[in-house]
Design a binder for this molecule. Structure first.
Ligand code: AMP
Ligand code: GLY
Length: 443
């Protein structure tokens, strides 16, 4: 490991500690929550967020550079002696930011928390992820990968499955590329439409899956690329816009941590059957993977965990609950990833429950208006606010996205935490504000 740039200060007569400059990439609630947690570490000198939002500027310095603008990030990192870059969203990873840093003479000593482009294919291609699971014997739904070249086989495979039918665009499709269809003929028609470009290039290949039923949860693992890992607190997110999990899919309307059914026995199964072979597979396949693995799991009948998907980043809004449940210094864990020895970094959970409730713009996830003046945030004292889509203008905070602000709270259990979040959600006002008041209803 090359020496880091940074400021050294004296701890006591024979111990020095190096302070780091850290850059977080992204602009959502996840990045605000990561930055909030990182800013609590006494190892940080300067914390920068590119591009950030109105909330991240309360815990660090916003930098007006897009997370995918690698040349501009390079200049900033070098000029500001940044020694660690924490990548929030998947897009820069899929675009190869870790490789860009590793291959650049001036940047290669900077730690990037996030996988190589090859590693990021676990999220960037459903087929790649399914083949990875098959190769490493990780429980997942039966599947077949189809292009226009083997459409007939795809149609045949569909007719051998039971309804409902699951069709997934292979590539990234902004969370919209998964269709679950009850009728066989309709599914066969949709398969053709997808291959014909329904989701653009993302659906030139389609993965057909057997449908699984059960309850979903999110498991987050920090991996150091050498086989070491730490499992973060579990969470469950609520993806649909409407109460009772109805209506359109969103980026996520709220989250609860821990997930009650993910008890010690269940998590032992997850660790043995899924986490260990996944971490081992990342190393065996030389995916050059140092960062977060987000495992979307389905708990099928009889307490059997199956992998629904991998993401190569933390979840949003799960991060806005999970960060509250980590007592340890998060920068120690990030350094463990960077140095390839995460096993030696302490990870202590806060035993309280943590939840988050997302306030969204009216109309979201369909068309919505931005630029609405936000009020009432100063009146919230016993919850933590993570900005998701906001921007500062003069002395005001304006809405700037569909998901606007997350209200996160602690409680002795999820109900106590949720009561606090709902009480405080009511204090925040902007035109068209909406949130789900049933987060956690199914647990
Ligand atoms: P994905 O993008 O792969 O996570 O899929 C989006 C959502 O579709 C998941 O969160 C599940 O709710 C659902 N889903 C995906 N695959 C399956 C499956 N094989 N069986 C049942 N539901 C699924
Ligand atoms: N909460 C789901 C996701 O981040 O994809």
């Amino acid at each position: 490991m090359p020496p880091r740039t940074g400021v050294a200060f004296l701890l006591n007569s024979n111990q020095t500690k190096t302070l780091m400059n850290i850059l977080v990439l992204g602009s959502g609630g996840r990045e605000h929550a990561l930055s909030w947690k990182i800013s609590q570490s006494d190892k940080v000198d300067n914390l920068y967020i590119a591009p950030g939002n109105a909330g991240t500027s309360n815990v660090g310095t916003n930098v007006p550079i897009a997370a995918e603008d690698f040349p501009a990030l390079k200049t900033f990192v070098l000029e500001n002696k940044v020694s660690m870059v924490v990548v929030g969203p998947e897009a820069p990873l899929v675009a190869g930011i870790a490789d860009f840093f590793a291959q650049d003479e001036a940047l290669k000593s900077v730690s990037v928390i996030g996988p190589s482009q090859k590693g990021a294919t676990l999220e960037g291609s459903k087929e790649f992820a399914k083949d990875f699971m098959a190769r490493h014997k990780i429980p997942t739904a039966r599947y077949m990968s189809v292009t226009s070249d083997n459409l007939d086989e795809g149609i045949h495979f569909l007719s051998g499955l039971k309804a409902p039918y699951v069709l997934k665009a292979d590539g990234l499709a902004a969370g919209k590329g998964v269709l679950i269809i009850d009728d066989l003929e309709a599914a066969q028609d949709e398969l053709k439409a997808m291959l014909d470009g329904k989701f653009g290039a993302a659906s030139a290949k389609v993965v057909i899956e057997e449908h699984l039923s059960g309850i979903e949860l999110s498991v987050f693992v920090m991996v150091d690329g050498k086989g070491g890992y730490k499992v973060l607190p579990t969470a469950k997110d609520y993806k649909r816009i409407g109460e009772g999990d109805t209506g359109l899919n969103t980026g996520g309307m709220g989250a609860v941590s821990p997930v009650p059914f993910a008890d010690e026995t269940f998590m032992k199964k997850v660790e043995e059957r899924i986490i260990k072979p996944t971490v081992k597979g990342l190393v065996e396949d030389e995916l050059d993977y140092c960062g977060f693995v987000f495992i979307g799991l389905m708990n099928c009948e009889g307490d059997n965990p199956y992998v629904i998907e991998y993401n190569v980043r933390m979840g949003d809004p799960e991060t806005e609950a999970v960060m509250l449940r980590i007592k340890s210094d998060f920068v120690d864990l990030l350094e463990g990833i960077a140095k390839g020895d995460i096993s030696s970094a302490p990870l202590v959970f806060d035993e309280r429950a943590a939840v988050t409730v997302m306030l969204v713009s009216g109309g979201y996830p369909e068309a919505y208006e931005k630029g609405k003046v936000m009020r009432g945030m100063d009146e919230v004292h016993d919850s933590i606010l993570f900005h998701a889509g906001t921007t500062a203008q003069d002395a005001q905070v304006l809405t700037a996205g569909g998901r606007v602000i997350a209200v996160s709270s602690y409680g002795k259990d999820k109900d106590e935490a949720l009561a606090l979040s709902f009480k405080n959600a009511k204090k925040i006002d902007f035109e068209g504000v909406y949130y789900r008041s049933d987060i956690g209803f199914d647990l």
